[in-house]
Design a protein around this ligand. Structure first.
Ligand SMILES: [Zn+2]
Ligand SMILES: [Zn+2]
Length: 244
């Protein structure tokens, strides 16, 4: 069975290169799962797919370019007449942060209007959780502590897709990637050592250690975008589709 990995948003928090924030749609028979839903994800989603087909969202961490679009998606889906449930899964504070975002962005709506569909929040952990037709495990990575970062391991249609979220290199990131059919890895920087992000150069250095069959770069920052022609690993743009 083939899994379709559709990069609706391939950008970083600054939308370098005019790219949308993180939003990666996984589909297979009976599966429709969004990995991350950044602040600018909704226009990117609507450009490519019907948002009503998304059954669940798995969030890597609580930074706005990874979860800030959920509130807009929920509002849009309410007015679009959605009836089927939507599940948002992620770090322990996801529910609290979503409620805070709702009150910050649309206090006149949230808490005053009954949502037309069930919205449920689930905490992800090392034990795989059934989500959107897939099974998703979350392992801690090193990024920014307050954002409760983890990487995802998604079992879907017999394939394993790993996703770094935002992370600097550590043995934890290796554990996220290990044995994946596809490892989706952020590459905010080309060769800068950053305390919160892995660079392209470091990914290449540890390429074998990840033991992933295929690596694709996303979350590209200006630094990486300026040197695209030097990349030896494949990279995404908004709209890239990979089938595995
Ligand atoms: Zn980010
Ligand atoms: Zn981040």
């Amino acid at each position: 069975m083939t899994v379709r990995v559709h990069f609706l948003g391939s950008g970083n928090a600054f939308s370098d290169g005019g790219r949308a924030n993180a939003a990666i749609h996984l589909t297979a028979p009976g599966v429709s799962l969004l990995l991350d839903c950044g602040g600018s994800a909704l226009p990117a989603i609507k450009k490519h797919i019907d948002p009503g087909t998304i059954d669940a969202i798995a969030v890597t961490h609580l930074h706005g370019d990874h979860f800030g679009g959920i509130t807009f998606l929920v509002l849009e889906q309410h007015f679009a007449g959605r009836k089927n449930p939507l599940i948002a899964a992620g770090p322990p504070s996801l529910e609290q942060r979503l409620r805070a975002a709702e009150q910050a962005l649309f206090p006149d709506f949230f808490g005053h209007t009954a949502l037309g569909f069930p919205l449920r929040t689930v905490v992800l952990g090392a034990e795989p959780t059934a989500l959107g037709g897939a099974r998703v495990a979350a392992l801690p990575v090193r990024h920014v502590r307050l954002a409760e970062p983890h990487g995802l391991r998604v079992e879907v249609a017999g394939k394993l897709i790993a996703y770094s979220g935002d992370a600097r290199f550590s043995e934890h990131l290796v554990a996220v990637a290990k044995g994946a059919d596809l490892f989706i890895c952020e590459a905010s920087y080309f060769d800068k050592d950053d305390p919160a992000h892995i660079s392209y150069r470091t990914i290449v250095e540890h390429r074998e250690e990840f033991e992933a069959k295929r690596i694709v770069l996303t979350h590209l920052g200006a630094d990486t975008l300026a040197r695209l022609s030097e990349l030896e690993l494949e990279h995404t743009t908004d709209g890239t589709v990979i089938e595995i």
